[in-house]
Design a protein around this ligand. Structure first.
Ligand SMILES: C[S@@+](CC[C@H](N)C(=O)[O-])C[C@H]1O[C@@H](n2cnc3c(N)ncnc32)[C@H](O)[C@@H]1O
Length: 343
C-alpha cells in the first residue's frame, strides 16, 4: 500500500512522461511500424522489422516493446518474440485502417509538437509560437501549417480523418433536414460527404481559401458526389455563398472574439431567412474547469492560433449579437459538440 505521497509522486511521473508516450506513438507512425505489420502476412520478429524499416535493431526492439506496453502492438513470445498490430493499431494507426488517424498523428508530430515546445513562452506572451517554431509571424495563422504542399496535404488529410470517427454524431446532433442548401465554411470536403450521406435532400457548398480548394479537388475524390460543390474565397473579405445553413467546424476556435463576430455578421448577411449556423467545436464545461481534453485543445489554440476553445455561453454571446438569437447546444458525448443558432 503506498502512502499519499507515493500516489502524488506516481501521478507527477505519469504527467512528466506524457510527452514520451506521444513520441513513441508518433515515431512508430513516422517509421512505418504499423503499416509494415498491417501489410505483413503474419507477425514479425523485431530484427525483421528493423531490417525492413532500415532502423537499428536495438532501437527497434525497444520501440516495439514500448508499443506493446501501450497496447499499440501485441507480442507472441514463443518460440521467439514476434510482433503484430493490436485492433487499435489496425483500425486507427495503419494507413489502410478503416478509421486511420495516421495523417493527424503525423501532423501533430511535425507541427503541433514543435509549437508545444514553446508553451511557457505562449502563456507568457499570450500568442502563438509560429515565429519561434517555424520563423512565421504570429498573425499568419495558416502559413506555417501550409508551409509546403506536403505539409498542407497532411493537415487537410489529418482534419478529414477525425470526421470518419466523429462526423456522424455532430451532424446528427440536430435534425438538419430543414436546411436544403448548406455551406461548409473553412473546410476541404470530408464533413460535406458525411452530410450528404446523412441528409439525402441537401446540397453542400464547400468554401475555403483557393490553395485548399485546389488541393482538395486535386487529391480527394468527389466522384458521384454531384451534391457537393466548391467555392474559393476568403471568408473575411469575399462574398459568401447564400445558404440555409452555414457549418463552422473547428473554425471559430481559430479566431479572436472580434474576428468571430466579424465572420458571424458576414454570415448573417448572406444567410437566407429562417436559416442558421451550426458551430461544431469541443465545448468547455460551463465553469471552464473541464473536460481536460478541451482544456488541452484550448492551450493548443494558444500555441497555434489566435483563438481558444469556449463554453456554450461564450458561443451564445458571439452568436446572439450577430443576429442568431435562438441558440441550442448539444453535447454528443464525444470529442466534438454541436451548437445550432437560428437567424
Ligand atoms: C482548423 S481548420 C478546420 C477545417 C474543417 N472545418 C474541419 O473541421 O476539419 C480551419 C479551416 O479554415 C480555413 N480558413 C482559414 N482562414 C480562412 C479564410 N480567411 N477564408 C476561408 N477559409 C479559411 C483553413 O484553410 C482551414 O481549412
Amino acid at each position: 500500500m503506498g502512502s499519499p505521497e507515493d500516489q502524488a509522486y506516481r501521478l507527477l511521473k505519469e504527467h512528466c512522461h506524457g510527452f514520451m508516450v506521444s513520441q513513441v506513438l508518433f515515431s512508430a507512425c513516422e517509421l512505418g511500424v504499423f503499416d509494415l505489420l498491417a501489410e505483413a502476412p503474419g507477425p514479425l520478429a523485431s530484427a525483421e522489422v528493423a531490417a525492413r524499416l532500415a532502423s537499428s535493431p536495438r532501437g527497434t526492439e525497444q520501440l516495439l516493446d514500448a508499443c506493446v506496453s501501450l497496447k499499440l502492438l501485441q507480442v507472441d513470445l514463443k518460440p521467439t518474440a514476434v510482433y503484430g498490430n493490436t485492433e487499435l493499431a489496425s483500425t486507427y494507426l495503419a494507413r489502410t485502417g478503416p478509421r486511420s488517424q495516421q495523417n493527424m498523428l503525423l501532423y501533430m508530430a511535425r507541427t503541433t509538437y514543435a509549437c508545444w515546445g514553446h508553451l511557457a513562452e505562449a502563456v507568457r506572451e499570450g500568442r502563438n509560437q509560429y515565429l519561434k517554431a517555424f520563423g512565421v509571424p504570429a498573425e499568419q495563422l495558416f502559413t506555417a501549417i501550409y508551409r509546403s504542399e506536403a505539409e498542407q496535404l497532411l493537415f487537410m488529410r489529418g482534419l478529414q480523418e477525425v470526421w470518419s470517427v466523429c462526423g456522424g454524431s455532430v451532424l446528427a446532433a440536430f435534425d438538419l433536414s430543414p436546411f436544403p442548401l448548406i455551406c461548409d465554411l473553412g473546410c476541404s470536403g470530408a464533413l460535406a460527404k458525411e452530410c450528404v450521406a446523412l441528409y439525402p435532400a441537401c446540397r453542400v457548398t464547400v468554401f475555403d481559401i483557393p490553395e485548399v480548394v485546389q488541393m482538395a479537388e486535386k487529391h480527394f475524390s468527389f466522384a458521384g458526389e454531384e451534391r457537393i460543390s466548391f467555392r474559393e474565397g476568403d471568408f473575411f473579405t469575399d462574398p459568401l455563398p447564400h445558404a440555409d445553413l452555414y457549418i463552422l467546424a473547428r473554425v471559430l476556435h481559430d479566431w479572436s472574439d472580434e474576428k468571430c463576430s466579424q465572420l458571424l455578421a458576414r454570415i448573417h448577411h448572406a444567410c437566407k431567412a429562417g436559416g442558421g449556423v451550426l458551430v461544431i467545436e469541443s465545448l468547455l464545461d460551463p465553469d471552464g474547469r473541464g473536460p481536460l481534453t478541451t482544456q488541452l485543445y484550448s492551450l493548443n489554440m494558444l500555441v497555434q492560433t489566435e483563438g481558444r476553445e469556449r463554453t456554450a455561453a461564450q458561443y451564445r454571446a458571439l452568436l446572439a449579437p450577430a443576429g442568431f438569437p435562438r441558440v441550442h447546444c448539444r453535447r454528443t458525448g464525444g470529442t466534438y459538440d454541436a451548437v445550432l443558432a437560428r437567424k
